[in-house]
Design a protein around this ligand. Structure first.
Ligand code: AOF
Ligand code: ZN
Length: 344
């Protein structure tokens, strides 16, 4: 009966693999969060797996171990190309070949230079049918920090800001607590847990004395980085106090295996990163609040764009309610000449 041959089922299984991968999002860095499913030759699920913490088993090996002999003649569905190199663990391609899997369905090629297509080659030369590209856009999206790191050598830079509807982070008297609510705070802790490092400016350390740890969700604390010098009694310690340029910081963090850097402020640090075109994603938390006027602090410091033509424009990729607040995610914030909808 329900033999596993039709495309719909493959897509459904890849969706399941994406879900499995999402369950280990906070625990695999600097390795990718991968999901794998093994089907027997009837098309029944006989093994599921997700990447274990660094040094542990890869997703395929977890799923194959659960499947045992039932993998023979079956299919493996994996979000990322199986590795073919000896890293901290032996190659997944060897494990798939040894298990007698007949067909491997993959989302995307592994951009890691040690793999980059050689996993597919190894499987094909062992006579295994390899299909690449299943739900590729979703996998690319899910693995974006990892892909960015392997392609550029730098972490994906996520700028997070919280403001009123009119983009203010403090009132005329300087008061700023709290603009957004509890759900937004939880989201910030989720972002910290997803990130390997979190960056703030020395001004923010002096003004807010943030701890920058993960408290409202369970996850690892990111490396804390201060651009400039942090007062000795600041709560951000122990931290890296960076005296060089932001670009050099990204190179250094990339070398350390940092896949995602969260920038939590303030407005001057945000501006310097934007000016250097180093912001890959901007997450805005907007409270349904309004201050009005030209006093108070803006979300991004520095001079105002001199003309509409010199305005940065991005693409809104996500809009979500967070309690009474809203979360916006913007990509590709570049200088363009017109409103995207007006471009032909
Ligand atoms: C896979 N499945 O679940 C993951 C893969 O140090 P190692 O041995 O753990 O190898 C890390 C590299 O393996 C990593 O950079 C990436 O190329 C790949 N990750 N591959 O087949 C997995 N997590
Ligand atoms: Zn592997």
């Amino acid at each position: 009966m329900d033999t596993f041959t039709n495309a719909t089922t493959t897509e459904e299984m890849m969706r399941f693999a994406l879900h499995l991968a999402s369950t280990v999002r906070l625990t695999t860095s600097p390795n990718p969060w991968v999901g794998a499913i093994v089907l027997d030759h009837h098309g029944h699920v006989v093994g599921t797996g997700a990447t274990e913490p660094p040094g542990g088993r890869h997703a395929e090996v977890v799923a194959l171990t659960e499947a045992g002999d039932r993998a023979r003649g079956g299919t493996a569905i994996v979000t990322l190309e199986p590795c073919s190199h000896h890293g901290r663990t032996p190659p997944c391609t060897d494990a798939l070949i040894a298990a007698g899997v007949k067909r491997v369905v993959v989302g995307i090629e592994d951009p890691d230079q040690r793999v980059a297509g050689s996993g597919f080659e190894a499987l094909r030369s062992a006579g295994i049918t390899v299909e690449v590209g299943c739900r590729a856009d979703e996998v690319r999206d899910q693995l974006r920090p990892y892909i960015h790191h392997r392609q550029t050598g730098r972490p994906l830079v996520v700028l997070k800001t919280a403001s009123t509807l009119d983009g203010k982070t403090s009132a005329a008297d300087g008061s700023s607590r709290w603009i957004t609510g509890d759900d937004a705070r939880t989201r910030v802790h989720q972002l910290r847990a997803e990130s390997d490092a979190v960056l703030v400016g020395a001004g923010t350390v002096r003004a807010d004395d943030p701890e920058l740890t993960v408290r409202h969700v369970s996850g690892r604390n990111p490396l804390r980085v201060v651009l400039g010098h942090a007062p000795r009694d600041a709560r951000v310690h122990p931290c890296l106090e960076w005296e060089g340029t932001p670009a050099a910081l990204l190179d250094e963090l990339g070398t350390q295996g940092c896949l995602q850097l969260l920038v939590e402020g303030g407005a001057t640090v945000a501006r310097s990163l934007l000016d250097a075109n180093l912001v890959d994603r901007w997450e805005l938390h907007l409270a349904p609040a309004l201050m009005g006027g030209s006093e108070g602090s803006p979300v991004i410091a520095g001079p105002t764009a001199p003309s509409i033509a010199e305005t940065r424009r991005g693409r809104i990729r996500e809009v979500e309610m967070m309690g009474a607040d809203v979360r916006l995610v913007i990509d590709h914030l570049h200088h363009t000449t017109a409103h995207p909808e007006l471009e032909d």
